[in-house]
Design a protein around this ligand. Structure first.
Ligand code: 26W
Length: 824
C-alpha cells in the first residue's frame, strides 16, 4: 500500500516549486533570474533530499525501537549511478517536480543529467550491491550498507585516436545526497606491535599497541525504498588525519609542509577506487583500505549492539554481516580481536559468535582474482590480526586433522596459509572458515565453487554450508526508470504498478502476446529507445546509425574471459563476407549495428588492445561505401550506470559470450531481456537460469560447455586442434594491415594461435558465427521476433533482486522486515 497524504509528500507542483525555489535562492544562493540547469537540478535534488531525510530519520528510529536483527552489507564497491530520478520515482513524486520545473522552463531529463554518477565500483559486483540496497529498502528490511567514500570513483574513459585514456573522476564537487557526520568517527590503528601480558589470575592477554592512527569519518546517504516510507542508510567512511596525529610539533617549528604531508598521507587511504576488476595486485594501500573500512564498520556495528545492553551471546541474533566477496574478510579477525582482546571473551565463545555472524558471497572463480595477502605485509600492517589468523588456522587444521587423520596433503591444501615464498594468506579460505554460509551467484557458479576452489571444504563442513543465490536486478531502476514507456505499457495491461514490487506478476503479460495494439506499442517503444541511442551515438561519435537496423550490443568491463575479442572477430568475419557479396546478396542482408562499451583496467594491455581493434575496425567499416548501412561498428566511450540506462532498453540482441564456466552470473543479461531484447550467449552464469525461465527457443545459445573446457584447453596445449577456418581468414585480414598497423594486434592473435587460446575463441568461433546467421534470419520475421521478446519479458519475474534478497534473508541472514510506522 502506498503511503498516502503524509505531510512529507509534494501534493502539487506548487508545493514542490516553493521548496525547490527556496533552496535555489538560499541554500545555493542563486537568483531565480540566472538559474541555469545546474542550479535547477540542485534545487530539485535538495527539495527531494528534505523529503528523504524526514523518512530516513523515522525509519532509523522505528528500526531501533523494533529491536530486530539488522543486516549489514559490507561492500568495497557500490555502483549507485545517479540518485535524483530514483528518489523521485521511489517516492512517487516525479509528476509535481516535472510540472514545477517545466513552469520554470526546464525539462526534467536535462536536470536529471546534470547529476554526476556515483561510480564507486568497477562492474557487476558493485552494481549488484546497489540493486541490493534498493531491494532491501523496498522490502522494509532493516539493513545498512557500509562503503568506502572514495574521493575518486572509477576513472572516466576517453577514447583518443582509438586508444583508452583514463581521466580521474572527482565526483564530490556538489553531492547533495551525502551527510557528513563529523561526530561519528572511529580511530583506526595501523602498524605497531603486540604486547602480551598476564593478568592477576595468570591469564595471558594480547594487546595491539603503538603504530599510527587514521581517523574514519562517517558520511551517510539515504536509500529510499520504492512505494514505502522505509529509507535505509548507506554509511561511507572517509579517511582523515587523526587530530592528535596532525603534527603540531612540526607545524609550530615551521615544518608546515611536513605536517600537511602527514594529513595527506592519511587522506590517501580513501582517495581512490582500485580500477581492477577480477585482478588482485596485492598493493599495501589496498590492504589499508580494506582494514580501514572493515574496522570502522565493525566498530560502528559493535557500538550499536552495545547500546542494547544485551549479552554477547545475543550478538549474532542481532547482527548479520554479509561479505561481498573476500574484500571485507579482515572483518572476521577484527571481530574476533574485538571480542577477545577488548571485550575479554574466551576464544571459543568469540569464535562461535563470529561464525554465526558472517556470510560470504563468492563472485568469481578466476584464479588471478582470488585475494592472497603476503604474510610479511599483514605482519607489518596488522600484527595482531596475523596472530589471530594463525590461531584460527591452527584450530581449523586441528579440526580437519581429527576428521581426516592421515591426509597430510589435505592439510596443506586447505591451510589458510599458502606455503609460498613469501607465505600468503588465502582470504577466500579465511572467509569460508569464518562464515556460517557461503554462496555463489548463479547455479552453475555455485556448483563450480563446490567442485573446484572449495572442494575440500565441502568434505570438511558438508554440503549444507554452501548454497546458491542467483543474482537479480532492481526493476525500479532497470525497467521503471530506464524504460518508462515500457513500464507504463506493462502497468496499463496489468492494471497498475504492482509488478514493480512483485516482478513475478509479469507472467500475466503472456495473455496479451497476441493483442495487436499491445504488440504495436511494444514495438514502437523499442524503436523509440533505439532512436534515442542512435542520437547519443551521433552526438558522441559523429556516426549516423539506422535505428531500423538490428542493434547488437556488448557492454561490460573489457576482459579476455568475457570475449569481446570473439565479438569483434565475428564482426570482421561479417565485414569480409559483405565485401565478398554481390549487390543482390547484399540486398538480402539484415542491416546491423555492432555496439561495444566498457572500460579496460589501466594496466590490462590485452584489454586495451581489444578496445583499439574495435575502434580501428569501426574506422574502416563505417567509412567503406561498399558497406553502407549494412554494418556499423561503434565503441561508446565511458560506459557507466547512467549510460546503461540509455543503452539497455535499445538492444535487439545483446552479447553474453564468456568462455563457459568463467562468468559467475552476469547481471546485464537480465537487464537486457527485461527490456525486451533477446540475447546471444554461452551456457554460462545466469544465462542458464534465463534459458530455463524464458525457454530455449527465446535465446540464442552457442559454444562449448563448461564440462568440456578442460579437455579443449589441453588439446590446444598439445597441438591437437586446428585453428578455425573462418577465424584464420579474419587473422589474415588483420595481419594484412586492413585495420591499421598489424603489429598492434599481434599479441591478440598470437594468444590464440600460439599461446594455447586459453579462452577458447577458436573453438567457439564457428558456432558463434552460425548463431549470428540464425539471428539474422530470425530478425527478418519481425512478428516472430516480437513474440519472442514479449514472451521473454513476461517470464523474467524470477530475476528481481527482491527475490534474491528474500532468499538471503531466509537462508543466510534470518532477518525479518520492519514495517514502517504509517503501515503498522
Ligand atoms: C581483487 C580485485 C577484484 C575486484 C573485483 C577481484 C574481483 C572483483 C569482483 C568479484 C569481480 C566482479 O565484479 N564479479 C562479478 O560479480 C557479479 C555479481 O555477482 C557477477 O554477475 C559477475 O559474473 C562477476 O564477474
Amino acid at each position: 500500500a502506498w503511503k498516502k497524504n503524509t505531510p512529507q509528500e509534494f501534493q502539487t507542483k506548487d508545493e514542490f516549486l516553493s521548496e525547490a525555489v527556496r533552496h535555489i535562492e538560499t541554500t545555493l544562493a542563486r537568483s531565480l533570474f540566472n538559474c541555469d540547469e545546474s542550479a535547477a537540478y540542485g534545487g530539485t535534488a535538495l527539495a527531494f533530499r528534505d523529503r528523504l531525510v524526514m523518512e530516513w530519520n523515522k525509519t532509523q528510529q522505528n528500526q531501533t525501537t523494533a529491536d530486530q536483527k539488522r543486516v549489514y552489507y559490507l561492500s568495497l564497491e557500490f555502483l549507485m549511478g545517479r540518485a535524483l530520478d530514483n528518489a523521485m520515482l521511489n517516492t512517487n513524486m516525479k509528476g509535481p517536480a516535472k510540472d514545477g520545473m517545466g513552469e520554470l522552463g526546464f525539462r526534467m531529463e536535462d536536470l536529471i543529467s546534470q547529476e554526476r554518477d556515483a561510480a564507486l565500483g568497477n562492474g557487476g559486483l558493485g552494481r549488484l550491491a546497489a540493486c541490493f540496497l534498493d531491494s532491501m529498502a523496498t522490502m522494509n528490511y532493516p539493513a545498512w550498507g557500509y562503503a568506502l567514500r572514495y574521493k575518486y570513483g572509477i576513472f572516466k574513459q576517453e577514447i583518443h585516436d582509438g586508444y583508452q585514456v583514463e581521466v580521474p573522476d572527482y565526483w564530490l564537487d556538489f553531492n547533495p545526497w551525502e551527510f557528513a557526520r563529523h561526530d561519528v568517527t572511529v580511530n583506526i590503528q595501523f602498524y605497531g606491535g603486540v604486547r602480551t601480558y598476564q593478568d592477576d589470575n595468570g591469564k595471558t592477554h594480547s594487546s595491539w599497541e603503538g603504530g599510527e592512527i587514521v581517523e574514519a569519518v562517517a558520511f551517510d546517504v539515504p536509500i529510499p525504498g520504492y512505494g514505502t516510507a522505509t529509507t535505509n542508510n548507506m554509511r561511507m567512511w572517509s579517511s582523515k588525519a587523526h587530530s592528535g596525529e596532525f603534527d603540531f610539533q612540526k607545524f609550530n617549528s615551521g615544518d608546515y609542509e611536513g605536517s600537511v604531508a602527514d594529513t595527506q598521507r592519511a587522506e590517501t587511504v580513501s582517495a581512490v577506487l582500485y580500477p581492477n576488476d577480477n585482478l588482485d595486485r596485492g598493493k599495501e594501500l589496498r590492504l589499508k583500505q580494506q582494514y580501514f573500512w572493515c574496522a570502522a564498520s565493525l566498530h560502528d556495528i559493535v557500538r550499536r549492539f552495545k547500546k542494547t545492553r544485551k549479552p554477547w551471546k545475543e550478538f549474532s541474533n542481532n547482527v548479520a554481516i554479509q561479505l561481498n566477496d573476500t574484500h571485507p574478510t579482515l572483518a572476521i579477525p577484527e571481530l574476533q580481536r574485538i571480542l577477545i582482546d577488548i571485550e575479554g571473551l574466551e576464544w571459543s565463545e568469540a569464535w562461535e559468535i563470529v561464525q554465526n555472524t558472517f556470510g560470504y558471497t563468492n563472485h568469481t572463480v578466476m584464479q588471478e582474482a582470488l585475494e592472497k595477502w603476503s604474510v610479511p605485509l599483514i605482519q607489518h600492517l596488522l600484527p595482531r590480526h596475523l596472530q589471530i589468523i594463525y590461531d584460527i588456522n591452527l584450530n581449523f587444521l586441528q579440526y580437519v586433522e581429527k576428521k581426516f587423520p592421515k591426509d597430510r596433503d589435505m592439510l596443506r591444501r586447505v591451510s589458510i596459509i599458502e606455503e609460498s615464498e613469501p607465505k600468503r594468506v588465502r582470504m577466500a579460505f579465511l572467509a569460508v572458515i569464518g562464515s556460517h554460509k557461503v554462496n555463489g551467484v548463479a547455479e552453475l557458479h555455485s556448483d563450480l565453487i563446490k567442485t573446484t576452489i572449495f572442494k575440500d571444504f565441502v568434505q570438511i563442513y558438508g554440503p549444507d554450508k554452501f548454497t546458491n543465490v542467483t543474482n537479480g536486478i532492481t526493476p525500479r531502476r532497470w525497467l521503471h526508470q530506464a524504460n518508462p514507456r515500457l513500464s507504463e505499457l506493462i502497468a496499463s495491461k496489468l492494471g497498475g504498478h504492482e509488478f514493480l514490487k512483485d516482478l513475478t506478476l509479469l507472467n500475466k503479460l503472456e495473455n496479451h502476446v497476441d493483442d495487436k495494439a499491445f504488440r504495436k506499442e511494444f514495438q514502437e517503444i523499442k524503436y523509440a529507445n533505439k532512436v534515442r541511442l542512435a542520437k547519443h551515438i551521433k552526438n558522441t561519435t559523429g556516426v549516423s546509425v539506422n535505428p531500423a537496423a538490428l542493434f547488437d550490443i556488448q557492454v561490460k568491463r573489457i576482459h579476455e574471459y568475457k570475449r569481446q575479442q570473439l565479438n569483434i572477430f565475428g564482426v570482421i568475419h561479417r565485414y569480409l563476407a559483405i565485401k565478398a557479396m554481390n549487390a543482390e546478396e547484399r540486398k538480402k542482408l539484415a542491416p546491423r549495428v555492432s555496439i561495444f562499451g566498457g572500460k579496460a583496467a589501466p594496466g590490462y594491455w590485452m584489454a586495451k588492445t581489444v578496445i583499439h581493434l574495435i575502434c580501428k575496425v569501426g574506422d574502416v567499416v563505417n567509412n567503406d561505401p561498399d558497406v553502407g548501412d549494412l554494418l556499423k561498428v561503434i565503441f561508446l566511450e565511458d560506459y557507466n550506470v547512467s549510460k546503461a540506462e540509455i543503452i539497455t532498453p535499445a538492444s535487439d540482441i545483446s552479447e553474453h559470450i564468456s568462455t563457459a564456466g568463467t562468468e559467475a552470473s552476469g547481471t546485464s543479461n537480465m537487464k537486457f531481456v527485461l527490456n525486451g531484447g533477446l540475447i546471444i550467449g554461452t551456457c554460462d552464469g545466469a544465462n542458464i537460469e534465463i534459458t530455463r525461465e524464458i525457454g530455449d527457443s527465446n535465446i540464442f545459445l552457442f559454444g562449448n560447455l563448461a564440462e568440456d573446457v578442460e579437455e579443449l584447453r589441453h588439446n590446444h596445449l598439445y597441438g591437437k586442434y586446428e585453428l578455425d577456418d573462418g577465424l584464420r581468414k579474419v587473422f589474415d585480414a588483420i595481419q594484412a594491415g586492413r585495420f591499421g598497423d598489424a603489429n598492434q594486434f599481434s599479441a591478440l592473435v598470437n594468444g590464440i594461435v600460439d599461446h594455447g587460446d586459453y579462452y577458447l575463441v577458436s573453438d567457439d568461433f564457428n558456432s558463434y558465427c552460425k548463431t549470428h546467421d540464425l539471428i539474422d534470419e530470425s530478425y527478418k520475421n519481425q512478428e516472430e521476433w516480437l513474440t519472442k521478446c514479449i514472451t521473454s519479458v513476461a517470464r523474467m519475474g524470477f530475476f528481481s533482486s527482491d527475490r534474491c534478497i528474500d532468499e538471503y534473508a531466509e537462508m543466510i541472514w534470518n532477518v525479518e522486515p520492519v514495517k514502517p510506522k504509517a503501515e503498522q
